[in-house]
Design a protein around this ligand. Structure first.
Ligand code: BG6
Length: 288
């Protein structure tokens, strides 16, 4: 059975100090791989691959777990709107709602559900059911988001798995695999094509890579991470850089040097769902 615990009763080392009674689900594979997921946002806050000596996700020590807040770090689920690219609140509402644990039969996998309510209808007037399936196994973490149109009119949405990868030193981190991909650059402005074989992060980076290759590799000193996406056509790369980071109250001081967001995203072309139709996108992280 999936293990349920209230954070306040047994804080994990990665989140010690946060005072909250919010419920989180602990996933544990027989090989030692482990992950934690909060019902708040169906938010993966921790993932330790089998045999690893530390968490592979970044979670800010100043993260706010309060009602209506988005947790800074881990894997926020962005739906039904990416960033401020539309009339809805920034990054939609899925990341700051309570999701429901649907199935907890396996210790290494859990399924969460979010459906429309009068509150979500007031923000986005559509009937939907979203599912997030989280699976840990060996060196891998798989997160799959499914959205179904449960109403009788079509709708469109944008979405992302806003993964905060932990790095030892952003100055020694490179991301490989994006060369030749079209970039929508929110910092420099305009569109261009990525020319670098190895993307290095210096200062604020906020880019949508459109129709990105499904497999990327992040190298952080001696550590490697393969980032595989399926169903999400785009990749967002985000790091706030020092100046913006200093204005983010929930980001620990210097946090921008210890994280890189590599997000599986559907942003360039919104996903369109007819009544009854379903869409699934997933991201698989593999350490080593
Ligand atoms: O601070 P938030 O709401 O979690 O957003 C963080 C960032 O998320 C990224 O995905 C966006 O591209 C950025 O523009 C945004 O600033």
């Amino acid at each position: 059975m999936t293990e349920r615990e209230a954070q306040s009763s047994k804080p994990s080392p990665g989140s010690a100090g946060h005072e909250s009674a919010r419920e989180r689900i602990v996933l544990q594979a027989a090989d030692g791989a482990r992950a934690e997921v909060y019902l708040h946002g169906a938010h993966v806050t921790s993932w330790t691959p089998a045999g690893a000596d530390r968490d592979a996700l970044f979670l800010s020590a100043n993260a706010d777990f309060g009602d209506g807040k988005a947790i800074r770090g881990g894997i926020p689920v962005i739906f039904p709107q990416f960033a401020a690219e539309g009339p809805l609140p920034k990054h939609g509402f899925a990341r700051d709602r309570a999701w429901r644990l649907v199935a907890g039969e396996r210790p290494d996998q859990a399924l969460f559900e979010l459906a429309d309510t009068p509150e979500t209808r007031a923000i986005w007037n559509h009937a939907f059911r979203a599912e997030l399936r989280v699976t840990v196994s060996g060196a891998a973490l798989e997160v799959a988001l499914t959205v179904q149109n449960t109403g009788d009119t079509p709708f469109s949405f944008t979405a992302a798995l806003h993964t905060y990868l932990r790095v030892d030193d952003i100055a020694r981190t490179v991301l490989r695999g994006l060369r030749g991909t079209r970039i929508r650059d929110k910092v420099a402005g305009g569109d261009r094509v990525e020319e670098a074989d190895e993307l290095r992060i210096a200062g604020e980076v906020d880019r949508v890579y459109l129709d990105a290759p499904p497999s990327l590799e992040m190298v952080d000193g001696e550590r490697r991470m393969t980032i595989q996406s399926n169903g999400f056509p785009d990749t967002v790369v985000w790091n706030p850089g020092a100046a913006l980071a200093a204005r983010l109250a929930d980001l620990e001081p210097g946090g921008e040097r210890r994280m890189l967001c590599v997000e599986a995203a559907a942003v360039g072309t919104p996903v369109h769902l007819e009544p009854g139709a379903r869409w699934t996108g997933s991201q698989t992280l593999t350490a080593g």
